[in-house]
Design a protein around this ligand. Structure first.
Ligand SMILES: NC(=O)c1ccc[n+]([C@@H]2O[C@H](COP(=O)([O-])OP(=O)(O)OC[C@H]3O[C@@H](n4cnc5c(N)ncnc54)[C@H](OP(=O)(O)O)[C@@H]3O)[C@@H](O)[C@H]2O)c1
Length: 297
């Protein structure tokens, strides 16, 4: 299949491109910087210079290199380095809403039949210890920066003339990811700090397993809609951090966070995607963290 991918240079992009190519797909991938172009070439994708916010440029792309793509994969996002800076999330809001609108247009103009949209499980409402499937309610009171993700999903769900699949990914972790290596570093320095008391559920997903789900989304039934992409064993943040500490520094004591902070708890189920053939290589954080620890840079 010939596919166009936005966001191929981030954390999730490279394992996704590798897997797409290994399965024989032809991959056209957007880049903005020379560094990203080099990365895409090294992966074996066909790089095309384009910004998801440049509607006119994307239309030209749809009428040239991307003509005839069968699917568009939207993994683009802009997570701020320092979320405390005022307006830090605005670029992400633009990419989520304007960027998604533009890529829907590209998919149509290029002649694609399917759009795969990456999203996040963080938009679900706090559900305590109870399981969350794809029909669970979304949060109504949430950090304002998540509004654009909900808007993005609504834009995709409103599309009638393309098959759309929304992948709500859990918390990314894995070998070579900055966030996981930062946790190992904190354990080594004895500064692994929980959010609140760490009793809230998190639903991890190793990044190569997330990539597997993106590729699977190309072939799931047309009426699939939304899929949670998480591993088999969601757990509390405290248990996850305890596993990090056990690997990196068994003497590390977990530091409790502000006891007044109540963190939303999201114990997400992967039952729906597993019924469609998803088989995580890292079914729980234990296997994934051991692998990440062994492959540290
Ligand atoms: N990280 C997590 O824990 C997590 C969890 C669940 C779901 N997700 C979702 O998974 C997806 C990928 O996340 P990630 O962690 O891989 O992100 P990331 O590492 O921050 O990468 C972001 C990607 O988006 C691209 N991008 C940003 N702005 C763009 C623009 N204006 N035009 C074209 N491309 C643009 C970047 O390309 P350049 O090289 O051009 O900058 C880069 O390839 C996102 O949708 C994210 O919300 C993440």
């Amino acid at each position: 299949m010939k596919v166009l991918i936005a966001g191929a240079t981030g954390v999730l992009g490279p394992p996704t491109v590798r897997l797409l190519l290994a399965k024989g797909h032809e991959v056209i991938a957007l880049f903005r910087s020379e560094r990203s172009e080099r990365l895409l070439k090294s992966l074996g994708a066909q790089p095309v210079k384009a910004d998801v916010l440049d509607a006119a440029g994307l239309i030209r792309l749809a009428q040239s290199t991307a003509r005839g793509v069968e699917a568009v994969l939207n993994l683009a996002t802009v997570i701020p380095r320092d979320a405390t800076v005022p307006g830090a999330w605005l670029p992400n809001d633009k990419v989520r809403v304007e960027g998604t609108r533009n890529l829907i247009d590209v998919a149509r103009k290029a002649g694609a039949t399917r759009l795969v949209q990456q999203s996040i499980t963080r938009i679900y409402r706090d559900n305590g210890d109870a399981w969350i499937d794809e029909s669970a309610p979304l949060a109504t009171k949430q950090p304002v920066h998540l509004d654009s993700t909900i808007k993005m999903e609504s834009l995709v769900q409103a599309v009638q003339d393309l098959q759309t699949v929304i992948l709500r990914g859990g918390q990314f972790y894995g070998a070579g990811t900055f966030s996981t290596e930062a946790l190992f570093d904190k354990a080594r320095s004895g500064t692994l700090r929980l959010d609140g008391d760490g009793s809230h559920f998190i639903s991890p997903i190793q990044t190569e397993d997330m990539a597997q789900a993106v590729v699977l989304a190309l072939t799931v039934p047309a009426d699939t809609g939304i899929l949670n992409v998480v591993d088999d064993k969601p757990l509390t943040q405290r248990d996850f951090f305890a596993s990090v500490a056990a690997l990196a520094n068994p003497n590390c004591k977990l530091v409790a966070g502000d006891s007044a902070v109540h963190m939303p708890s999201r114990r997400c189920s992967n039952k729906k995607i597993k019924a469609m053939g998803f088989a995580p290589k890292y079914p729980s954080h234990k296997e994934g963290l051991e692998d990440a620890y062994a492959r540290q840079k």
